[in-house]
Write a protein that binds this ligand. Structure first.
Ligand code: F6P
Length: 361
């Protein structure tokens, strides 16, 4: 195994609270091993830009553990495996620039890469590893839908933000005797909606794993009024959809498909069927914003240090993962093999049902 002298770190995909904490742990742990660290700006884009690669020392990562966002910047448009190139006729074609990434890192004397990202970024890391790059992945997404890790950092902070919002909606819903529908993030999996919905005591929680029946949703709302609780809180994951329907996209162009809008459809349906005054709210990127909570800070710091220690042991092509109470290594191939959906027989689903919460089925 050739000795490591310099490593690179990057952050890709949508941001999540805790990215800066990972970067700090990567830098400080590496410095203790006598390595240099450079940061690539905006995923892999920095490798192809002037000033896109920056030295990271102890001074640069001081005081960033609690900060949201990422000091390196990030993008969900920087896939080196599908790099957009304008043809002479103006049309866009996609090129595989993975060898360009490897060459650029070699030219920088980088011996290994710590790639922090979600499913897309880890797919890229897996591909680059197959081409011979020494890479260790760190799983990130507020959606918590990455396989092979019990939790991703950023998720618990997003749940906290969403729970606080649901809590605040209770008083206004009750004051006006309204139905409030709040749309939370979660493209394929309803982790945020389920956890925040249960913690925030929502009456109805709709997740992509359980296509909902609008009749069942309205029945629960009427039951609330019949029981003398004349308001209702509905939490819906952005990827949830009615039985026999499809997830709702607000943008579908190219690779940049964006979900959104199910809360409006649902609120209109509820009003039409029950006549109850209904309002909807999309919490959106607030869930990704702000600094990480204590749980995510700690998890992110643990992940960053563990990733560097794996690199030091030469265990490349792996990703750090939480298997409580341990952080261990899993093959990148396993991490990107499938999505982690909410199991329908999970204890939190059971708890929601036992509390009388409707899951729309
Ligand atoms: O993957 C996290 C996530 O927050 C999804 O839940 C959401 O659909 C998506 O990112 C939105 O990302 P952006 O607006 O950055 O494209």
């Amino acid at each position: 195994m050739k000795p490591i002298r310099r490593i690179a770190v990057n952050t890709g995909g949508g941001d999540a609270p805790g990215l800066n904490a990972v970067i700090r742990a990567v830098v400080l742990t590496s410095l203790r091993l006598g390595w240099d660290v450079v940061g690539i700006r905006d995923g892999y884009n920095g490798l192809f830009e002037d000033d896109g690669v920056v030295p990271l020392d102890a001074e640069r990562v001081r005081g960033i553990t609690h900060l949201g966002g990422t000091i390196l910047g990030t993008t969900n448009r920087g896939n080196p495996l599908k790099w957009p190139v304008k043809s002479d006729d103006g049309s866009i074609r996609f090129e595989d620039r993975s060898q360009g990434v490897i060459d650029a890192l070699q030219a920088l004397d980088v011996d290994a890469l710590i790639a922090i990202g979600g499913d897309g970024s880890l797919e890229i890391a897996h591909h680059l590893s197959g081409q011979g790059l020494d890479v260790v992945g760190v799983p990130k997404t507020i959606d918590n839908d990455l396989a092979a890790t019990n939790l991703t950092f950023g998720f618990m902070t997003a749940v906290e933000t969403a729970t606080e919002a649901i809590g605040k909606l209770h008083s206004t819903a009750e004051a006006h005797e309204r139905v409030m529908v709040v749309e939370l993030m979660g493209r394929h999996a309803g982790w945020i909606a389920l956890y925040a919905g249960v913690a925030g005591t929502a009456d109805i929680i709709l997740i992509p794993e359980i296509p909902y029946s609008i009749d069942s949703v309205c029945e629960k709302i009427e039951q609330r009024w019949a029981d003398g609780s004349e308001f209702a809180i509905v939490v819906v994951a952005e990827g949830a959809y009615p039985r026999g329907g499809q997830p709702l996209f607000k943008h579908t162009e190219g690779a940049n498909k964006r979900l959104g809008g199910i809360s409006k459809i649902l609120a209109d349906d509820i009003y039409e069927r029950t006549g109850r005054e209904t309002r909807e709210l999309v919490l959106g990127h607030l869930q990704r914003g702000g600094g990480p909570n204590a749980y995510d800070r700690l998890l992110a710091l643990r992940f960053g240090t563990a990733a560097v220690l794996l690199a030091n042991e030469g265990r490349f092509g792996t990703m750090v993962a939480l298997d409580p109470p341990h952080v261990h290594a899993v093959p990148l191939a396993q991490a990107v093999a499938h999505r982690k959906l909410v199991p329908l027989d999970s204890e939190v689903v059971r708890t929601a049902r036992a509390l009388g919460t409707s899951l729309g089925d």
